[in-house]
Design a protein around this ligand. Structure first.
Ligand code: GDP
Length: 139
């Protein structure tokens, strides 16, 4: 995956509350093209693998339970400067600190149930995209 792609997933709280369409609209209106998308659910073990980098953090077990509690919508997105621009669109991890108009400000319920994920680097975008999608070259 090159530097113009990022990976996201709409998290269980936002999917369960019916915000998938509104979030997708914001993503497309911000200029991102959906390269790959599906609806799926993680097991606690798969959620643990995805967030392995946080294994030592006190919230790790809660995070794995939350991320496997319901359906998610993972996506690969394409746009110039995708990783940075998408992090701007979603806002800070804690919605209390997120800028007005960001996805997390509008839809997140808490620092944990914060509506959406966005990769923090090109390298992680590639790793995380491959976690959910076999190949995106054909799209
Ligand atoms: P992100 O890159 O903005 O998603 O933030 P991080 O990589 O630091 O954390 C990954 C995810 O773990 C966040 O999106 C939250 O769902 C969750 N998380 C982060 N910090 C906390 C925390 O202090 N408490 C809890 N319960 N969850 C957290």
């Amino acid at each position: 995956m090159s530097g113009n792609k990022t990976f996201t997933m709409i998290k269980p709280d936002a999917v369960a509350e019916g915000h998938t369409g509104a979030i997708l609209k914001m993503i497309e209106e911000a200029g991102f093209r959906v390269v790959a998308m599906k609806k799926t659910q993680l097991t606690p073990e798969r959620a643990g693998q995805f967030y392995a980098v946080h294994k030592e953090r006190p919230f790790y077990n809660d995070l794995c339970d939350y991320m496997s509690s319901g359906a998610i919508v993972p996506m690969i997105l394409e746009k110039e400067n995708a990783v940075t621009d998408f992090r701007t669109l979603i806002g800070a991890t804690n919605p209390a600190n997120a800028d007005e108009g960001t996805i997390r400000k509008l839809f997140a319920k808490s620092i944990e149930a914060n509506a959406i994920h966005g990769s923090d680097s090109d390298e992680n975008a590639s790793i995380e995209g491959s976690f959910f999608f076999a190949s995106t070259e054909q799209y």
